[in-house]
Design a binder for this molecule. Structure first.
Ligand SMILES: [Zn+2]
Length: 224
């Protein structure tokens, strides 16, 4: 069946561009999985894979080119991270995913909300895999101009993001009925952890402490 589909709708590997599946075996094998959870900013962190060239390409494709197959792969990595967090289903209580936001300027320029779309895709994959209800709440927003983080060092990232997030009251309220143990921050990649710490700070101002962070990728430095 897959070879028939391949004949009718030929695809190429997102990374090496060879004809075949969206991610060929040799490329997929270069993406190494993270065996255990770690900690960041006093919160538990679960990530699917270590950051490397291949994962970096997939993140760029999803984030800058709105590639659905690349986003799907990142979402699968986050589902693996969720599974290793071993969250026990609670009757009638949904898991809530709060995406680390991009600035509205970046969203406008791209024409889509990468962090939201990734969280939505992840939510539907977790629902399918575990039958738990999963909600995505865009509870954080960027409240001022921030610079692109990619060329900043750790101290510059902290300053760039300090106080930059606010809680969006349309999505999250202080008198939340959500069980705190069921709330996760979610991001494509954790490197310095500055956006995670800022997200946590903004939520804690409302008395909300998520139980952890789920990410597709993590810099090996974070776990060393
Ligand atoms: Zn390949």
């Amino acid at each position: 069946m897959s070879s028939l589909l391949q004949m009718l709708f030929p695809t190429t590997c997102l990374i090496c561009a060879l004809p075949g599946p969206w991610l060929c075996n040799p490329c997929e094998e270069k993406i190494s999985r993270v065996p255990t959870g770690g900690e960041i900013g006093g919160m538990k962190l679960w990530a699917g894979a270590y950051y490397g060239d291949e994962l970096s390409q997939l993140i760029l494709l999803a984030k800058e080119q709105n590639s659905a197959p690349a986003r799907n792969y990142l979402a699968q990595l986050i589902v693996e991270a969720f599974m290793s967090a071993a969250i026990i289903p609670i009757q009638g209580s949904a898991v809530t995913l709060i995406p680390i936001p991009s600035s509205s300027a970046a969203n406008r320029q791209r024409g889509f909300r990468h962090s939201y779309l990734l969280a939505r895709r992840t939510a539907s994959l977790i629902e399918r895999a575990t039958s738990q209800q999963v909600e995505v709440k865009e509870g954080l927003r960027v409240n001022r101009k921030i610079a692109d983080q990619s060329n900043l060092n750790r101290g510059e990232r902290e300053r760039n993001l300090s106080g930059a997030y606010s809680v969006d009251n349309r999505h999250i309220r202080r008198s939340t009925q959500q069980v705190p143990e069921r709330i996760f921050l979610i991001d494509d990649l954790v490197t310095s952890g500055s956006s995670i710490r800022e997200g946590l700070r903004a939520l804690q101002e409302l008395g909300i402490t998520p139980c952890g962070v789920l990410a597709a990728g993590v810099s090996p430095r974070v776990f060393s």
